[in-house]
Design a protein around this ligand. Structure first.
Ligand code: MCU
Length: 415
């Protein structure tokens, strides 16, 4: 059955009251998500099971789970679909496909979103602030929750997303709570990070529907958040390909850090958050992750591959070198290795990792603003090719970590 491919139909009744309000409905989805268990057209099948153990190294991004080599950009797309499936299965929980309908209305600064699937519906809204005047459409950055927040330059709107409403994250008692779970059931496998990524996707659906009213360009959307919400920004960028720029701030363990490298730090006596601790603190991950946290070497991925789901879209990772708990070695090593995926794609100017210190957790340091954050936003959201250097890999700390020995595989040139 060939569902219409256009993003929206304007089938719903016109709104009688406010001119600035619109209500529109998404067309039924065409499936771009690979079937569970693999099987994107033309891609190798994903073998069952975890595969071989990887110790003192991170998994090879360029070898399929079944052993074949990734040697072209088309292979890379298949490998990304595979990695997404593996991450969902063993760590993040399942991301549902496009819902049967999304409707949206925009009034004042509030974008209201109603999502229906399997005969149920939920609604939530986001606030759009600092909408630039003048002809558009204009880019925007979705900001998770209330921690931190980046200095967003003129010309870019901010969309405030109350992610806790979609997936709660108080503590262990938050499991299965929030609008996502009202829709899909409290027993759904998704952890909060996946529920929030789903929410981001629905915000973009809504922006596609209301472009004429919001004057926001759904093709130029960035996403950010700090700390636990930085983990959320990373996962949203990874699971939602319509995100144009991913900006995780101090996401640490469970975000830009790798489980294997945190375990190394821990074995060296450092007070770093690791897989075993993180699942006791909150509900960010799927319950399916619980049975793997004591043996992370058996996982068919680490978070360099989570980041790799973004490649070659632009990613700028901000970290804090003063905070051992976040994984100051783990994020440095993990992202230093993740970077090789952008290298393989000839896209090093779309990858930034910057680890500085002297700032409180989630209080953005000015040393990352002018030549780094503004360069990324300038180039990739505002379309200014001369916004500055965006091939960045730096730490102000002295890192005793050998990136190359932890990535003992060949980096191909993919075309
Ligand atoms: C860095 O993100 C988290 C961290 O994972 C937690 O262990 C800690 O409790 O909270 C951090 C955070 O979100 O701070 C705002």
């Amino acid at each position: 059955p060939s569902a219409p491919t256009s993003a929206a139909t304007t089938s719903a009744p016109p709104q009688p009251t406010t001119l600035s309000t619109s209500r529109v409905t998404v067309a039924p989805p065409t499936s771009t998500t690979p079937a569970p268990g693999g099987g994107s057209t033309g891609c190798p099948a994903i073998p069952n099971g975890l595969g071989s153990t990887v110790s003192n190294a991170l998994n090879d991004p360029f070898t399929f789970h079944g052993g074949g080599k990734v040697s072209s950009k088309a292979d890379w797309t298949c490998r990304q679909a595979e990695i997404s499936q593996l991450l969902q299965k063993y760590e993040l929980g399942t991301l549902p496909g496009k819902p049967s309908s999304v409707t949206a209305s925009f009034s004042g600064s509030s974008l209201s979103i109603t999502v229906s699937d399997n005969g149920k519906s939920v609604s939530f809204s986001v606030t759009i602030n600092n909408r630039p005047s003048g002809s558009g459409p204009h880019p925007a950055i979705i900001n998770f929750g209330s921690f931190g927040g980046l200095p967003v330059p003129a010309g870019v709107a901010t969309i405030n997303f109350n992610n806790d409403e979609v997936g709660q994250q108080q503590d262990q008692s938050s499991r299965g709570k929030g609008k996502f779970y009202d829709l899909y059931g409290s027993g759904h496998s998704a952890g909060a990070l996946t529920a929030w990524a789903w929410g981001v996707s629905r915000i973009i659906d809504a922006l596609e529907l209301t472009k004429a009213q919001t004057n926001i360009d759904p093709a130029r959307i960035g996403v950010t958040g700090c700390s636990r919400n930085g983990k959320g920004a990373m996962v949203a960028g990874a699971l939602e390909p319509r995100i144009a720029l991913t900006l995780p701030e101090e996401s640490g363990a469970g975000g830009s850090g790798c489980w294997r490298i945190a375990a190394l730090q821990k074995s060296q006596g450092q007070n770093v958050q690791d897989s075993k601790q993180i699942i006791t603190e909150n509900v960010w991950f799927s319950p399916s992750f619980n049975s793997h946290v004591n043996d992370v070497n058996s996982l068919p991925f680490d978070h360099h591959l989570l980041a790799g789901l973004i490649a070659p879209r632009p990613l700028y990772v901000m970290e804090n070198v003063d905070m051992e708990w976040l994984g100051k070695v783990s994020t440095y090593g993990c992202m230093g290795i993740a970077r090789k995926q952008w290298q393989a794609l000839g896209a090093l100017d779309r990858f930034g990792y910057s680890q500085v210190g002297g700032n409180q957790h989630c209080s953005f340091p000015s040393s990352q603003q002018g030549s780094e954050l503004n360069a990324f936003i300038g180039k990739y959201l505002l379309g200014n090719a001369n916004a500055g250097t965006t091939s960045i890999f730096r730490s102000t700390g002295n890192q005793n970590f050998n990136i190359d020995s932890w990535s003992p595989w060949t980096v191909p040139t993919l075309s």
